[in-house]
Write a protein that binds this ligand. Structure first.
Ligand SMILES: *[C@@H]1O[C@H](CO)[C@@H](O)[C@H](O)[C@H]1NC(C)=O
Ligand SMILES: *[C@@H]1O[C@H](CO)[C@@H](O)[C@H](O)[C@H]1NC(C)=O
Ligand SMILES: *[C@@H]1O[C@H](CO)[C@@H](O)[C@H](O)[C@H]1NC(C)=O
Ligand SMILES: *[C@@H]1O[C@H](CO)[C@@H](O)[C@H](O)[C@H]1NC(C)=O
Length: 312
């Protein structure tokens, strides 16, 4: 414990030192730019100014210790069971991994490499294979998720469902995750059998967000494009699948405008798990150069979200 505290304070000093250096460099650059500008007043350029990129600081934490990732960091998304050994060796700013299938030592070893860890769980669906599956009552279960056998939509307004999710968020805190990714909050877009609405989803996000923040965990919005403007202020980042494919990336721009990371994944190979097969350069460019994705953290994965990855 005391060992940990020591290394924390050392890191903080390092950060403060680095911030100092960055400030000095920024001032110097600013001065340089100012001087250059003064010297070239004549060639006034009326084209719109390029927005200043927000430097990636994926390890930002606030006074309460809650992590607030800025846009632009690297990430990997592997929720197909426990993190593979080969993945454990790779370095990313952010890892998004399964809450149930990974032990605390996996999480702490990634954090030891300087990464932040988002713990994934399904908040809007019942998954029959989870260790807490028997805690759900039948009356809270809706239709099966199309294409996901063993999963059924949940009544997200039910207190019994919410209590189970509190226990899951407690587990994330116990395992020292930095944040959580509650998946499947967009049941309203699907044939859910429970008459779920966007209002239900927004109220659920508010509930989950309060619960996460009370435990000093950050929280992201998963997909759910329709409720971005309602919840962008109360979540800390978003995790998006396939906004290029569905031509809705600009819908998530409010996150970037608020200095919040957009962790974005596309599946250019679909379910092709032939991991030796690289994505063609045109398919890759289609994702990596897609409009509306400026400052997103974009990766290319298999739909299975196994260890295969290409970065932009
Ligand atoms: C103005 O700036 C843009 C972008 O930097 C550049 O493409 C363009 O040529 C410039 N125009 C003039 C008149 O300098
Ligand atoms: C945050 O990131 C910076 C830059 O990558 C790094 O130098 C610093 O040690 C990190 N701080 C913490 C607390 O991890
Ligand atoms: C959250 O962090 C604050 C500040 O470090 C601390 O006082 C508080 O006890 C933490 N809360 C929990 C639930 O860990
Ligand atoms: C979902 O739960 C709420 C709160 O308990 C309840 O009012 C509503 O009737 C439930 N919906 C269905 C379809 O059972």
């Amino acid at each position: 414990m005391s060992q940990q505290r020591k290394s924390w304070s050392r890191r903080r000093k390092l950060v403060v030192g680095l911030i100092g250096i960055v400030v000095i460099i920024a001032l110097a650059v600013g001065l340089g730019v100012g001087l250059t500008r003064q010297g070239s007043d004549d060639d006034e350029n009326t084209s719109s100014p390029t927005p200043t990129p927000i430097p990636p600081t994926t390890n930002n934490t606030d006074q309460a210790g809650i992590w607030h990732p800025s846009p632009g960091g690297t990430w990997n998304y592997e929720i197909n069971g426990a993190l593979s050994d080969s993945s454990k060796q790779q370095v990313f700013d952010v890892w998004d991994i399964d809450l149930f299938d990974n032990d605390e030592d996996v999480i702490s070893s990634l954090q030891g490499q300087g990464a932040k860890v988002i713990c994934y769980f399904s908040a809007g669906s019942y998954e029959e294979w989870r260790s807490d599956a028997s805690d759900f009552s039948q009356s809270d279960l809706g239709n099966e998720l199309d294409g996901w056998p063993g999963e059924r939509w949940l009544n997200v307004s039910s207190q019994a469902v919410r209590d189970i999710m509190l226990t899951r968020i407690d587990l994330a805190a116990q395992k020292s995750c930095n944040g959580v990714e509650p998946d499947n909050v967009d049941g309203y877009n699907n044939d859910n059998g429970l008459d779920l609405t966007q209002q239900d989803a927004a109220s659920y996000i508010r509930f989950l967000s309060d619960a996460a923040h009370q435990r000093n965990l950050s929280i992201g919005l998963k997909n759910a494009a329709e409720i971005v403007s309602t919840v962008v202020n109360i979540v800390d980042y978003c995790v998006n699948e396939e906004c290029v494919k569905y031509n809705e990336c600009s819908t998530f721009a409010p996150f970037i405008q608020q200095g919040k990371a957009v962790f974005h994944v596309e599946y250019p190979k679909g379910s092709d798990t032939n991991n030796a097969l690289a994505v063609s350069s045109s398919a890759r460019a289609e994702v990596c150069d897609a409009s509306g994705t400026a400052q997103f953290s974009t990766i290319l994965k298999n739909m299975e979200l196994d260890s295969w990855i290409e970065t932009c």
